[in-house]
Design a protein around this ligand. Structure first.
Ligand code: 7RM
Length: 687
């Protein structure tokens, strides 16, 4: 293996790994190259020293050469790949580095253990400040092997799905890497999801096992995770084992399926051979919301995902050897997968696992942690910034933030106030702030500022440029690509990149329909964007019925489905409305059955609706507003006109637009009246 790595130079691999396009001769190949900027001779290590701009140009004019060189040198292969890419976007067929075999856990662990076994891989920043635990690369490899062996001895192997229902912790990382080591497919479920949401994911993926712990600890509170898992697996016949770790002292009540994790791992070997996996074998599923139907199990595969996570982690955040990388996201979201686990570990970084909340035990928590752990990059969500900026500046200033070099933001648009607060106060104006746009489906950051590009200075809240290999296209209303600058449209990406999703688990047609049908041949993101005079991109928000609550994506249809289960509720419509801190919150319009006796009965129903959403989905999904209405505004064909509901909720009914397709226009007045009443009540309550 080592020998192969030494010879994995760009030029020696070029002949073997470039895309084999029928009829394309070598001379055609070199002709294309000659139109490029100064030809960079040599492997990725010298390529990557090119100015950012030139590297970007190379990545789009000659993706095979760019990604081929990067993959050959940045990843350790057990067998070299034969073809860089083979993609047909209109059919949702995406394949990178075909023929290659590798193991992701080897790339995240073994290669670093060979070089620096005692380097810290994880700093587990536990809920109580000052109780952090450090895990070296050697320790993480050994623990991963023990867990991998445990899974194997319980009959779990290549291709089997394993649910991970664990808060941010070394266990979460170990569980992910243990699956990767043996070729099992993990699906991490955010530990804030309800038992029904967990069960739905386990059933869809037909998981064989769950890895969890007795309790979680967050913000000084205990969370009964094992109990939630017990409730979920009752309805999941595919589950054969539940592996239970002890996060706290309280012993978990153990049932038939349960396996005490630490005990079993102790008797397992600390060495486990890594399964050679195909580049396109599935690495993980991650469920995310769309505008319709149940959450979709987004499929990511081995080599392309890992390479993309590692490269974005290095270039977008200016990660350098020895840095401490602090991404405060939960491992249950894609940000945690790519920038707490896979990207940083593939790059041999020290990555912080943040178990707590931004305000525990006080609003200085982030900055106290930065000082204590000497964090170099801090990556988080605007919702936390909006919360923190409401407190005194002294909460920030009293801690030493001189270790910080790059600040990052993700998950939702960052408003100017939050941007300036983060950049000027937290970063003292000396740290580039990278606002990163991407999605569960994209695997890694696609559009972000380029601090290292002097030709593209960072502008507040919008200085975003495509990452290597990403070619954004804005589509007009007729589905035509918009040329020039100063335009807004539907954000599509025209070329495949290695980190992109490969499918929706169990439903490839849904994958094609959701992402490649609207604009044939293009990946449609679901977001709108604006391209400025200078060619910067600014994301304007979702174009579909997906809302973003504190950076957590949720389909309004999912909330409606939960509400509609109530027997006294014939119909509902949910929209997103702006919120100071959370970005957006759900606003539910509810039609109640007419035979409810009085207002108290109606209030009781609303209370039950809140409960329903929190048990069917999660607490954060519970609508902030409920407005009881007699009817919903519908078109003659029976479609709910959400546009009108949005205007009512935003109090912009002065301009309702075209309502000629409404079945009965008088419904608008009815709803406006109900909303006025609702507003008065809320104002009175505030007093
Ligand atoms: C990483 C992540 C994806 C959706 C996406 C956007 C929104 C994400 C930004 C953003 C404005 C950003 N994955 N979004 N980043 N909007 N600026 N920098 O969040 O799958 O959970 O959500 O989030 O609407 O489509 S996600």
């Amino acid at each position: 293996m080592a020998a192969q790595r030494e010879t994995a130079l760009f030029w020696t691999l070029l002949g073997r790994c470039r895309t084999l396009v029928p009829g394309q001769s070598r001379s055609g190949w070199s002709r294309r190259l000659s139109s490029l900027p100064p030809p960079p001779p040599g492997p990725w290590s010298s390529l990557s020293r090119l100015p950012y701009r030139d590297l970007y140009r190379l990545s789009v004019t000659d993706p095979d050469r760019f990604w081929g060189a990067a993959a050959a040198e940045r990843l350790r292969w057990m067998e070299p790949f034969q073809q860089v890419r083979d993609c047909e976007l209109s059919r949702g067929e995406i394949s990178w580095f075909r023929g290659g075999k590798l193991n992701v856990s080897v790339n995240c662990l073994d290669v670093h253990v060979e070089k620096h076994p005692e380097r810290v891989a994880l700093i587990w920043e536990r809920d109580e400040p000052g109780t952090e635990v450090k895990v070296t690369y050697r320790e993480l490899l050994e623990t991963t092997c023990r867990l991998a062996n445990t899974l194997k001895t319980h009959g779990i192997g290549r291709g089997d799905r394993v649910a991970i229902y664990v808060p941010v912790s070394p266990l979460a990382v170990t569980a992910m890497l243990a699956c990767a080591r043996i070729g099992a497919v993990h699906t991490v479920v955010f530990a804030g999801f309800s038992s029904e949401a967990l069960a739905g994911r386990i059933q869809d993926a037909q998981c064989k096992a769950v890895i969890t712990c007795n309790q979680g600890v967050r913000g000084g509170r205990l969370i009964e995770l094992k109990a939630t898992v017990d409730a979920a697996v009752k309805n999941c016949p595919s589950i054969q084992h539940v592996f239970v770790s002890q996060r706290t002292e309280k012993p978990a009540v153990m049932g038939e399926l349960d396996v005490p994790l630490e005990e079993v791992m102790a008797s397992q070997a600390a060495v486990c051979p890594a399964e050679p996996l195909d580049s396109e074998d599935v690495l993980f599923l991650l469920y995310t919301s769309g505008s319709t139907g149940k959450p979709k199990g987004i499929v990511h595969t081995q080599a392309g995902y890992l390479l993309y996570a590692a490269l974005t982690h290095q270039f977008v955040f200016d990660h350098q050897d020895g840095d401490v990388f602090g991404c405060v996201a939960d491992v249950g979201w894609i940000t945690g997968h790519s920038y707490v686990v896979y990207g940083p570990l593939c790059n041999g970084a020290t990555t912080v696992l943040f178990e707590s909340t931004p305000v525990y035990p006080n609003p200085g928590r982030y900055w106290e942690t930065v000082e204590r752990l000497r964090i170099n990059q801090l990556y988080g969500a605007p919702t936390a910034l909006r919360l923190l900026l409401k407190y005194e500046d002294s909460w920030v200033k009293k801690y030493d933030r001189s270790s910080l070099r790059t600040l990052g933001s993700v998950g939702e648009p960052i408003n100017h106030e939050a941007w300036h607060w983060f950049h000027s106060l937290v970063g003292e104006g000396r740290c580039p702030l990278v606002d990163t746009w991407w999605q569960t489906e994209t695997g890694g950051v696609c559009i972000a500022p380029r601090p290292a590009d002097p030709g593209a200075p960072i502008l507040p809240a919008m200085a975003m440029r495509p990452f290597f290999g990403i070619q954004p296209v804005l589509m007009g209303e007729q589905g035509e690509p918009l040329s020039g600058n100063n335009v807004s449209g539907a954000l599509c990406l025209s070329e495949p990149w290695p980190g992109m999703a490969r499918s929706i688990y169990g439903d490839h047609q849904r994958f094609v329909d959701a992402y490649f049908k609207q604009y044939p041949g293009y990946y449609f993101t679901g977001d709108g964007a604006f391209r400025s005079e200078d060619g910067y991109y600014q994301i304007t928000g979702r174009m579909d019925d997906v809302i973003n609550i504190s950076g957590h994506r949720l389909g309004t249809a999912e909330i409606e489905d939960a509400l509609d289960e109530h027997p006294a509720v014939p119909e509902t419509a949910v929209i997103g409305v702006p919120h100071d801190i959370k970005g957006e919150v759900p606003f539910a319009f509810v039609v109640l059955k007419e035979d409810l006796p009085d207002a108290a009965a109606a209030a009781a129903v609303l209370q039950q609706l809140r409960k329903l959403v929190s048990t069917k989905i999660a607490k954060y999904a519970v609508p902030e507003h409920f407005l009881v209405v007699k009817r919903l505004p519908k078109t003659r064909s029976g479609k709910i006109m959400r546009r009108i509901l949005r205007k009512v909720a935003m109090e912009t009914t002065g301009d309702l637009g075209d309502i000629s397709t409404l079945d009965d226009p008088s419904v608008v007045e009815e709803i406006v009246e109900a909303h006025n009443q609702y507003r008065k009540q809320r104002e009175e309550k505030k007093k």
